[in-house]
Design a protein around this ligand. Sequence first.
Ligand SMILES: [Zn+2]
Length: 486
Amino acid sequence: MKMFDGDRAKNGVKIVIFALILAGLTGCNFFGGTGKSTGQSSATNEPRKPNVEFNGEMSKVIPNVYTARKELSLTFNGLGDKKTILALLDELDNYHIKATFFVPGMRVAEEPDLVKEIVARGHEIENNTLNRLDMTKLSYEQMVDEIGLSNDVIKKNTGITPKYVRTRSGDYNDNVRLAAAYNGMDAVVVYSMFLHNWQQESDDEKELYVRKYINRGGIITVDTEENNNVVESIPILARAAAEVGYGFIPLSQLIEHGGIRKPYTEIKGYDAVKINPNYKDAKYNLIYDKETDKKEIALTFDDWGTDYTITKILDILAEHDVKATFFLRAKGVEANPNLARAMIEGGHDVANHSYTHPVVTTLSAEALQEDVVKAHQVITEAIQQQPTMLFRPPTGEIDDQTAKVIAAIGYPDIALYDVTTFDWDSKNSAEDIVNSIMKQTENGSVILLHMLDDIHTIEALPTAIERLKEKGFTFVKMADLIGLKK
Ligand SMILES: [Zn+2]
């Protein structure tokens, strides 16, 4: 208890001292008490403390934005030295990137012209707190001060009222959210990727690393004080985004374009799949293909990958006007739900390929049901609608008992395939994959492909589609091919 009080007092003293420095730096009128929306202002040099604990709603926390558009944001923390920031601004101009700078109020007070230059170049300014102290160690009242004073300095020097706050590390707790709300801010912004200093990576390794984080709705963060290569990181990020046709836009636009992702419990059909211990008599269908005279076939893609791979698959399918069925590994979807939503917006079907990708015959009935139910919920929330009610077992392995266990929870239709190309093995070239497809495909075929990274499927896909079309085949979604009841 004593320790805690001691820390509190020390931090309180720190804030008063910083406030005094600020007052000195920014003129006597600094604590004049104007321009404050919801926070309290005082006409003295005392830190502002709310008279009562703020009991309003906590502000939102935004780690990424719900959108399937090919957009993301580049944000910076801190305000490095003038030379670095000016070089950074030039590099951003070179790549036509408009970014969002989370600046500490103290640094704005020290370098108002530099911050004005950032604004003049078309970038956004947001609040990185006053001194970038470890917010989780501050009391609620100290946080209110940290955030409020920083807002004041930014407003005074740039005319901009910050809407978002972020702590130095991105860490936050309930008190940070309450203090942000108390100061009238829209959200505590976290990040989807924090780009720290490189170690010994080669250029190729840097490229591959960054590629994984170029996600729709992503918020990439680089600290301009901590990162020694902040300027050099811009071309790497810009190239990685350009590779998949994604663009960096200012954070407030990204958030404006985004929607609100509802929890799965608010989406119709989330409860179509439930744990069911009475599976002994459950009926199931194992579906490999469709008996038909029509030259219809279904393209299906399994597993999960990065935006780099999956967006290319979506682009190729759109170019050739082909609709496909995606069987998703839900653990991957959980980390990047916008990419699953992009499949739906592309007109494709999304179905269940388990959560952890186990060989289903190796799990207990209970564990298997839990895995598939969880996958259903995760996918439902990601795509914001009920998935297509097909389950495909990882590796294709299934037996009578396992099929009943899966059928009983609400997935009676087990989606297998008759055309398999071993495209998941990177030893198989694009040509191998195309040849394999052409040899096996017939009326009513279900073709199995994968959306994994670093395999040759995206190279094979355009040729395979063109050759199949030349043979007179048309592509339908698997549910339509087999006449799945909806
Ligand atoms: Zn799989």
